[in-house]
Design a protein around this ligand. Structure first.
Ligand code: GLY
Ligand code: MN
Length: 445
């Protein structure tokens, strides 16, 4: 089935204009001005950091490599794209504007960043300028009015059909990489080689991926964001945790899988138990469900698994109440996903501001809102054997709730995380990840 991105984009833009109209009205401004952002330079050096586009800019335009450019929207008028295309023989310059967005904009190509000033609205004080401070150009300093930003960020939770279509493409790319990475692991590759196999299959390198790949063999799986890449495969190879995504026109996938080298191991059985529980958690993504509760339920389920595997000596409820659960499941069950891997407004009480706090037992949870149709969230339960947290639990007098012999058996495997991306609809949850894994089965590199 071919996706008509042009038609979807056209409707997306109608919705963004509606949101911008409301945001400007709330903030009392006449124009929405969004700089794409600038390059940043390393201190005492002439090397630039990888350019990262302003997410507010890429919400409007599928352009992620266009620094020093601007979007200007004035209600009732065709939006303006100020498009920076320098004369430069050192670097590849952005190609001439093209694609499904072009017909919807008045486009002004500029050769120097300061050429934008003459094209921006006359009176900077009438502009809501949403961006980072270094984008300041003359009188046009980002002011990020709270009323405007709160509204735009809150609304970003509700993905348009265009955004969901792009996120589906990001899934396909990431899963190609996951398939290639699993094959590399099974073939005995080390972390660095697995990472390279992943990037080659996706066709993206570290600068394009939505976050740094987490490629962890054996004990390394116990480091939640393990981003060192060992050159050599450890012996024996026991386990592989991969948390890696892909981008498509600025939209992210964020997917995690865990594999045991030995399919007959207890660790494989533990993976299977988490995998089954994770699938069921994903089905809980429904209109009206409080994500905080989803997290608390996940913690209880995971402790039930640890009890079944004889890793804890108490029942699941007691493990959650005592806090011993935190030693094994020390992160949130997930977060919003979209233009940013940890998408914004996860704690927003409303589109006018305010904050919904985390439950006391979930200090790392990144989403406390009630789910609504259009939201895309990750569901990523995990169980780990982390020395530091196990010692903390012991120091708190919780050592007798842990079966240390069993912990010692699992420690060399690091940990387990399984993560899918799930769309909340008006009906059943739509898991964006699992069907793609199935459709790509056997297609590994
Ligand atoms: N994929 C990394 C994270 O969600 O924190
Ligand atoms: Mn994640």
């Amino acid at each position: 089935m071919t996706v008509d991105f042009a038609a979807l984009y056209s409707s997306h833009l109608v919705e963004l204009k509606r949101r911008a109209d409301e945001a400007l009205q709330r903030g009392g401004f006449d124009h929405l001005v969004i700089p794409s952002g600038t390059q940043h330079w390393q201190v005492f050096d002439d090397r630039d950091y990888p350019y990262a586009v302003n997410p507010q800019f890429k919400h409007w335009l599928p352009l992620t490599k266009l620094p020093y450019s601007w979007l200007v929207y004035t209600p009732g008028k065709k939006p303006q794209a100020i498009y920076y295309q320098p004369r430069d023989y050192w670097h590849v310059v952005p190609a001439a504007p093209s694609g499904w967005w072009v017909e919807h904009f008045d486009i002004h190509v500029i050769r120097k960043p300061e050429d934008a000033i003459a094209l921006l609205p006359k009176d900077a004080s009438r502009c809501a300028i949403v961006g980072e401070a270094p984008s300041t150009l003359g009188a046009f300093a980002p002011n990020n009015p709270e009323a405007v930003v709160n509204y735009l960020e809150y609304q970003r939770s509700y993905k348009t059909p265009y955004e969901v279509a792009l996120m589906r493409e990001a899934q396909k790319l990431a899963i190609k990489g996951h398939r290639a990475a699993e094959a590399a692991f099974r073939g005995g590759a080390g972390e660095f080689a697995i990472h390279m196999a992943y990037c080659a299959a996706v066709g993206q390198d570290a600068n394009e991926l939505p976050y740094g790949n987490i490629i962890a063999l054996n004990e390394h799986g116990a480091v939640l964001h393990y981003t060192d890449l060992g050159q050599h495969a450890p012996t024996p190879l026991r386990s592989f945790l991969i948390d890696a995504g892909a981008s498509f026109h600025g939209y992210a996938a964020d997917i995690t899988r865990t594999y045991a080298y030995d399919a007959a191991s207890d660790f494989q059985q533990l993976i299977d138990a988490v995998d089954k529980a994770q699938t069921a958690m994903g089905q809980q993504v429904r209109d009206g469900v409080d994500y905080k509760q989803l997290h608390l339920d996940a913690a209880l389920t995971l402790m039930g698994i640890l009890r079944d595997f004889d890793v804890i000596t108490c029942d699941a409820q007691s493990a959650v109440e005592s806090g011993v659960s935190f030693a094994f499941f020390p992160h949130g069950v997930g977060h919003q996903l979209g233009l940013q891997v940890h998408d914004v407004a996860g704690f927003a009480a409303s589109d006018r501001g305010g904050r919904i706090e985390r439950p006391a037992t979930a200090p790392a949870l990144r989403l406390t809102r009630v789910l609504e149709p259009g939201m895309v969230v990750t569901i990523e339960p995990g169980l780990y054997f982390i020395d530091m947290l196990l010692e903390d639990a012991k120091a708190k007098g919780l050592g007798n709730q842990i079966n240390w012999k069993r912990v010692d058996e699992f420690r060399p495997f690091g940990g387990i995380r399984i993560e899918d991306n799930v769309l909340c609809t008006t009906g059943e949850a739509e898991n964006l990840t699992r069907p793609v894994f199935l459709s790509q089965a056997g297609a590994a590199a």
